[in-house]
Design a protein. Structure first.
Length: 101
């Protein structure tokens, strides 16, 4: 997985196209990322007890990994992630400016 929690990404498709958000959570098995405030939908809930009224709740759904692109923190451009080994450590780099992410 090339994206990690806390990375700044931009949404490339859907109604939230163009929004820049930091990743909240990454689901490796299903290739999903959780972005706060993106891909929201409303759910109508019935009342649980007879005394409380029903309500409309706004929830966020996860976004597929293919529908987001990483924004480099140095050059502020959409980029792909590359890897470089330095001092026996694997480091993520920006493909456009060759700086570490």
């Amino acid at each position: 997985m090339k994206l990690k929690k806390g990375d700044l990404v931009i949404v490339t498709v859907g109604k939230d196209r163009g929004r820049q958000v930091a990743i909240e959570k990454v689901d490796l098995k299903r290739n999903l990322v959780y972005l706060p405030g993106v891909n929201q939908y409303k759910k109508h809930r019935k009342s649980q007890t007879s005394g409380q009224p029903g309500e409309i709740v706004t929830l966020s759904r996860p976004v597929k990994l293919a529908n987001v692109a990483l924004v480099c923190p140095k050059c502020k451009q959409i980029t792909r992630v590359g890897y470089k080994t330095s001092d026996d450590k694997k480091v993520r780099i920006c493909r456009k400016c060759d700086m570490t992410i």
